[in-house]
Write a protein that binds this ligand. Structure first.
Ligand SMILES: C[S@@+](CC[C@H](N)C(=O)[O-])C[C@H]1O[C@@H](n2cnc3c(N)ncnc32)[C@H](O)[C@@H]1O
Length: 351
């Protein structure tokens, strides 16, 4: 096999970039955990000043800053004392947990992938999958923090208004289920925005339900409850006007069973909102940076989660066509893409 030197150098160049990004992921987690981004976002600082403000070792902080500036995550200003700063965009992505552009939580998910690598290795070998609850706990918090940013930016302002007649029902007073709610980031946002409506979050992972209940208490919300239950058998009581599934249908062991149960749980005229990764329907359409993130998360988390329950392992790259088939197999007659962002598509299913 003849190696083409030009192509070889180009490939190695890409890999060096990726290696730098991968090595630096732990430094992002450290910057987040140690308060370095939050402190630097308050204004330009020398490494010594940043170390003093955060109570950290100056030599460690100096080296961290060099790495972060090399990656474009902070800005090197130079001058006397080698000052660094953050642009408003860098601060929104890394220092402001309330920003819709906050991505630091995503690096907790990256950390979980490394910690769980031996468990996923086993899943490759034995084909038995890996349940959601068997992952390192930083996956659960990372998922909450990473997804919450997008929910803050889009859920109430554009995703719910994109559904036919749903916003008006929620303003008036409706019954809503958030199935596979995790730590309840979406449930809490909706309950705060629509105080006349009642929200129940369901998830099969007990520790997530406990955390979601704490989040609702901290937010002082009274129109919200969380129950540990499976997506195929949660209590429907008087029925729901809206059932929502955020980034979880493709993870499930029985997604068609979930679709069937949601149909039973909806009141006449009710809506099922299914938020899924905005993956393409073909391999080619996922060969891009977003598809790379999705397929990595899917290999480490989503596919083994479904396999652990003997499921179809739809994965995060299932795409609109496959997800619509699953939804319709559960008895829904219509399914349309109501809206989308670069990361998510919002499907609206009606019985
Ligand atoms: C990727 S997380 C998303 C969590 C949350 N919806 C969010 O957006 O932050 C997937 C969630 O689906 C839950 N889940 C998976 N299968 C489930 C099932 N059969 N019944 C209930 N919850 C399930 C998991 O426990 C996990 O909390």
């Amino acid at each position: 096999m003849q190696v083409n030197e030009e192509k070889m150098m180009a490939l190695l160049g890409t890999m060096v970039g990726d290696m730098g990004a991968a090595m630096s992921a732990a430094l992002v987690t450290l910057g987040d955990k140690l308060g370095l981004y939050r402190a630097l976002a308050t204004g330009p600082m020398t490494p010594e000043a940043l170390a003093a403000q955060t109570g950290l070792a100056p030599r460690m902080v100096r080296e961290w800053l060099l790495n972060q500036a090399a990656g474009g995550y902070v800005t090197y200003m130079g001058g006397a004392g080698d000052a660094y700063s953050m642009t408003p965009e860098q601060a929104a992505a890394l220092a402001d947990e309330t920003s819709p552009f906050f991505v630091a939580g995503g690096f907790d998910v990256v950390a979980s992938a490394h910690r769980d690598e031996p468990k996923v290795e086993r899943a490759f070998r034995d084909g038995k999958g890996l349940p959601w609850g068997a992952h390192d706990t930083c996956l659960f918090c990372g998922t909450e923090r990473f997804f919450a940013a997008s929910y803050r930016g889009h859920l109430v302002s554009s995703w719910i208004p994109a559904l036919e007649g749903v916003e008006a029902k929620l303003r008036k007073g409706a019954m809503v289920a958030d199935v596979g709610c995790g730590h309840g980031a979406s449930t809490v946002l909706m309950a705060a925005a629509y105080p006349q409506s009642k929200f129940t979050g369901f998830d099969s992972h007990g520790p997530s339900i406990d955390c979601a209940a704490r989040r609702a208490k901290d937010a002082g919300l009274k129109n919200i409850a969380f129950r540990m239950a499976d997506a195929t058998s949660f209590a429907a009581d008087g029925g729901f006007d809206l059932v929502a599934c955020f980034d979880c249908l493709h993870d499930m062991a029985d997604p068609v069973g979930c679709a069937r149960h949601v149909k039973r749980a909806l009141r006449p005229g009710g809506t099922w909102m299914v938020v899924e990764p905005a993956a393409g329907d073909t391999v080619e359409s996922n060969l891009n940076p977003v598809g790379r993130v999705f397929s990595a998360a899917s290999t480490m988390i989503c596919v083994p989660a479904s396999m652990s329950g003997g499921g179809p392992a739809l994965g995060a790259c299932a795409g609109e066509k496959r997800m619509s088939e699953v939804i319709k197999a559960g008895g829904f007659t219509t399914c349309r893409k109501a809206t989308a962002t670069p990361f998510n598509m919002v499907l609206e299913a009606r019985a």
